[in-house]
Design a binder for this molecule. Structure first.
Ligand code: HEC
Length: 152
């Protein structure tokens, strides 16, 4: 009698028999686990994607490269705005002045300017105690250096 009932239920696609209960539970639990893993996986993927995006292409979309960056027009105003609270005049921090070409070129040539504004390891990160310069501003200074660090 019990067997007959089971078979009928099975045919009706209603797995209410006590024997099918573990199967139903397993199916339910598995679906839950798969959904959970899916959500976690998606979050991880999204997280990684943004991490890499930020590291590899920081604000690059917004940078308009300048064809011929010059010291006076492009570099000095940035240094005045971000650095020369500390690095100008006779009492400049660490004796490092960044208020004229003849001074700035020293730190271009010894690599500390690039190292410090990029927060590269082995250099003191600049601006000291401030937030890193925008990647577009850093790019501007680096382009000026790459194109020969002219004095004009
Ligand atoms: C709040 C003051 C302050 C500001 C703003 C500042 N600096 Fe400095 N800077 C210092 C001090 C102090 C030192 C000496 C090293 C140290 O204390 O980390 C220094 C050191 C340096 C050095 C030598 C780094 C090394 O690793 O040898 C460079 C190059 C430099 N600064 C460039 C800059 C540039 C470029 C900016 C702007 C983007 C800037 N600084 C902004 C205070 C400042």
């Amino acid at each position: 009698m019990t067997n007959l009932k089971t078979i009928r239920c099975f045919r009706n696609k209603q797995y209410f028999s006590i024997f099918h209960l573990p199967v139903r539970i397993a199916t339910f639990v598995n679906a839950g686990i798969i959904k959970f893993l899916g959500v976690v996986g998606a979050l991880l993927l999204v997280g990684c994607y943004y991490d890499k995006e930020e590291i590899l292409y920081p604000q690059s979309a917004n940078c308009t490269p300048i064809a011929n960056p010059t010291f006076t027009t492009d570099v000095l105003p940035l240094l005045n705005a971000k650095c020369n609270n500390c690095h100008a005049g006779s009492s400049a921090s660490a004796g490092i002045r960044l208020d004229s070409f003849n001074e700035v070129i020293k730190y271009v040539n010894n690599g500390t300017l690039t190292g410090s504004i990029n927060h590269a390891s082995g250099f003191s990160p600049m601006p000291k105690n401030g937030s890193k310069m925008s990647s577009c501003d850093i790019q501007k200074i680096q382009d000026w250096i790459t194109m020969g660090a002219g004095s004009n």
